[in-house]
Ligand binder design. Sequence first.
Ligand SMILES: *Cc1c(COP(=O)(O)O)cnc(C)c1O
Length: 393
Amino acid sequence: MTNEWKARTKLVHSGTRRSQWGEVSEAVFLTQGFVYDSAEQAEQRFEKAGADEFIYARYGNPTMRMFEDRIATYLGFEDAFACASGMAAVNGALMSLLKAGDHVVASRALFGSCLYVLEEILARFGVEVTLVDGRDLQAWQGALRPDTRLVFLESISNPTLEVIDLRAVCKLAHAVGALVVVDDAMATPVFSYARACGADIAVISTTKHVDGQGRMLGGAICGPTTLIRGPIEAYMKHTGGAMNPFAAWTHLKAMETLELRVRAQADTVMKLADGLMGHPALQALRYPTHQAHPQQALALSQAPAAGTVFTIEVKGGKAACFRFLNALELFTISNNFADAKSIATHPATTTHQRLPQAQKDLLGISDGLVRLSVGLEDADDLLADLMQALERV
Ligand SMILES: *Cc1c(COP(=O)(O)O)cnc(C)c1O
């Protein structure tokens, strides 16, 4: 029944389970363990736990289960496993599905920690990883092999906002029998097209738009039940990457307002992009579904909006860029994104500081690049703040 509800109804109601008290708001179950009526029941549950039977919070918990159902249903996947963070989800999906001797093809423009898991950790366990320019379909085709087990990519890359033709990559990957795992953080759950374009698994950092208010770390691996309740659950429950019940509860309550928040933030991004277009202090401005982006048509063919983050390139290099950042009054300087509070990040000196210069050049992470995460403030106030700060450049 819940699968027939419209998206916003799912965000409020899917997955809800009530205790014998009949509470209206979802309960947080802060318990590590569960009591059995008898020794026989305990034996039975260890043999095979039903969907609403719990053993230990590292394996699952009623609050976590409600969140898993809600996020999976909303994104169109059969099932989900809730994780302690976005990286616990990325690592869990990759480690549980790969073994020594497997080949992985991934896009090069990846979140730093994802790159570390692929290039440092998986390599140590004998997994071969080929990195390609995600925008280049011929590069994907050239890198895929009969022994390619998995394809990994970010639907929209961070911080360069490159867009990948996900339908085409899924087709190529499936032709050689590879699973497609999409890191869906930047696209946002509201404008996610991972499932619609054929991805097998979506990993999301729920730290970002699901919490959306800068409080909680969380993640989810969404996919078919055979994988989620098979190798993925087995790996996660035995290695300790499960989400804690309080985070699951915060996420459930945050999902109720997810669409309202993200749609408002995406609208504000467009207003700011329109307001800043052609500003003499700017070298470039990028937001995938805005006319200024070279991949606008592809981005629009996949989703009506491209999340809550856009980038600008300030003329005059690092010094000018720092003058701009230091003059901001409403945008705060930080490194997270998808908060209700607007945030400005200078990737070259913070999140991507350790990348060798050649890598930065290859990815387009220049000294003038600023990533702007747009929050829930009034668009006019945000635009005024950006304009006055650009005056100081
Ligand atoms: C933030 C982020 C992650 C990691 O999420 P955490 O919740 O911080 O662990 C992974 N991938 C992308 C694209 C991200 O933006």
